[in-house]
Design a protein around this ligand. Structure first.
Ligand code: NAD
Length: 442
């Protein structure tokens, strides 16, 4: 395959990662077949409709489908027959014991072994624990043996670091590309695929690449929990975590990112990846007390905030509370493991009446909590509220006419779970404003 500038790639799994990766490869002029077993998703994608929300992605989807670089199918066999490079981008959710559920990855590996008709490079984009590359190879070889075949297969680990909400930008302009591979042929194919990314490439073993992804997410999760833990102390000591982290972040050894105190991390990656890494450590009989503490702080952060709210406004029973923001962060429709879900749970348990508004996440949450009243505009959601809880810092929410809102609510309690509003401006408008770790005077 040396000298090839365009690669035929099959991407299996068209979720946030698979679709974005497919679009990035198509943008770099490779020929991509994206495959999913979910026919409804494929039918949408074939009409250039994105099955999830991600700014700017739908336009590119249409563009690259039109250019002929990108097509979608539910026919895995066709993808495997046409492409020598197969990316696995299916989900790896948490199992009940906290380990990564590899059943989707293993299923795809089995299918590849059952359908491949020549040499393939099989690349794992999904986040998988150390040793999964070996498992994938064993499954494929086993399936080939059943068919009395012995084509060679190269396994590659190429973890994904994109952020939902910035997925397209991150996929097109990665800060680094990590490639874990063990043959020159696989290395050359991967170098060709990423040539136009103009990013530094780190070549490692497959196992190192698998570990890098978990280590990076675990470190970021720890940074967030460290700050959230400090926020609890700041609140008690009348200090302001926002100022403290501003001062910390000016030190280039620390850096300003991931230092915002809030109601904790959520989403489809940090909670499941920290848990999976802790599980891997347990299997290896290694204790990771720092990561365990980071996970524990995150588990308790919403409850800590809800207690703070109750201390301020009293019992939730019978109170109308408006939740602004449901997604785990702005600019995505992803509500997996979002702190807002824990907030709803606790409010309902304490017999509050919950109104909610989110620009993108309401449909998902409605399925879990039909008893919440979902409103089409934030102002409707805020009418007659006894308290406001801001759970996701969408620009649209921050830019509300807060003076108008003050006229709509029954009581002026404003609990900012993201420290995203200006406390003194809110207090000047007459709100009883409470943030995270910013003390009474903050
Ligand atoms: P997702 O749940 O959005 O999408 C997974 C897709 O795989 C689904 O569309 C599903 O139908 C499809 N699928 C499952 N089994 C299949 C099969 N046998 N054949 C074909 N398709 C199949 O998941 P996601 O958020 O895109 O994440 C995918 C992986 O990437 C996970 O391991 C995740 O941890 C990792 N990751 C996610 C992000 C993120 O921000 N979402 C970032 C980096 C890494």
């Amino acid at each position: 395959m040396s000298g090839v500038t365009h690669v035929d790639v099959a991407v299996i799994g068209t979720g946030y990662v698979g679709t974005t990766t497919s679009i990035a490869f198509a943008a770099w002029d490779h020929k991509v077949i994206a495959i999913d077993s979910d026919r409804e998703k494929i039918s949408k994608l074939n009409r250039s409709v994105l099955p999830f929300y991600e700014e700017g992605l739908e336009k590119r989807l249409e563009q690259y489908r039109g250019s002929g670089n990108l097509s979608f199918t539910d026919d895995l066999k066709q993808g495997i027959a046409r492409c020598d490079v197969l990316f696995i981008a299916v989900g790896t959710p948490s199992s009940p014991d906290g380990s990564a559920d590899l059943s989707y990855v293993e299923m795809v590996a089995r299918q590849i072994g059952q359908m491949m008709d020549r040499y393939k490079v099989v690349v794992t984009k999904s986040t998988v624990p150390v040793g999964t590359g070996d498992k994938i190879k064993a499954i494929i070889t086993d399936e080939l043996k059943k068919r009395n075949l012995s084509f060679s297969v190269d396994i590659v680990s190429n973890p994904e670091f994109l952020r939902e909400g910035r997925a397209l930008y991150d996929a097109l302009h990665p800060e680094r590309v990590v490639i874990g591979c063990e043959t020159e042929t696989a290395k050359k194919v991967m170098a060709t695929l990423y040539e136009r990314a103009q990013a530094p490439i780190l070549y490692t073993t497959i196992r190192d690449a698998e570990m890098i992804k978990y280590a990076a997410n675990a470190f970021l999760a720890t940074k967030i929990s460290f700050v959230n833990e400090l926020a609890r102390l700041c609140e008690k000591t009348g200090t302001n975590i926002m100022k403290v982290t501003e001062g910390m972040g000016m030190d280039s050894r620390i850096g300003p990112q991931f230092l915002r105190a809030g109601i904790g991390y959520g989403g489809s990656c940090f909670p499941k990846d920290t848990t999976a890494l802790l599980n891997l450590a347990r299997e290896q009989k290694i204790v990771l007390p720092i990561l365990q503490a980071a996970s524990d702080v995150n588990q308790t952060q919403v409850t800590w905030f809800m207690k703070r709210i109750q201390r301020t406004m009293g019992s939730f029973s019978g109170k109308r509370i408006t939740l602004l923001g449901l997604t785990f962060k702005p600019e995505t429709d992803d509500t997996r493991e979002a702190p807002s879900l824990k907030i709803i749970e606790q409010l309902l348990q304490n017999k509050a009446v919950v109104n909610a508004y989110d620009p993108q996440g309401m449909e998902h949450v409605k399925k879990i909590y039909p008893q919440v009243v979902y409103k089409l505009t934030p102002y409707e959601a805020l009418k007659g509220a006894d308290a406001i809880i801001l759970a996701t810092e969408w620009r649209e929410i921050l830019d509300l006419d807060w003076s108008k809102v003050k006229g709509l609510v029954t009581q002026p309690y404003l609990f900012d779970g993201r420290n995203a509003l200006d406390p003194s401006a809110m207090r000047d408008l007459g709100y009883c404003y409470v943030g995270i770790g910013i003390g009474e005077r903050g």
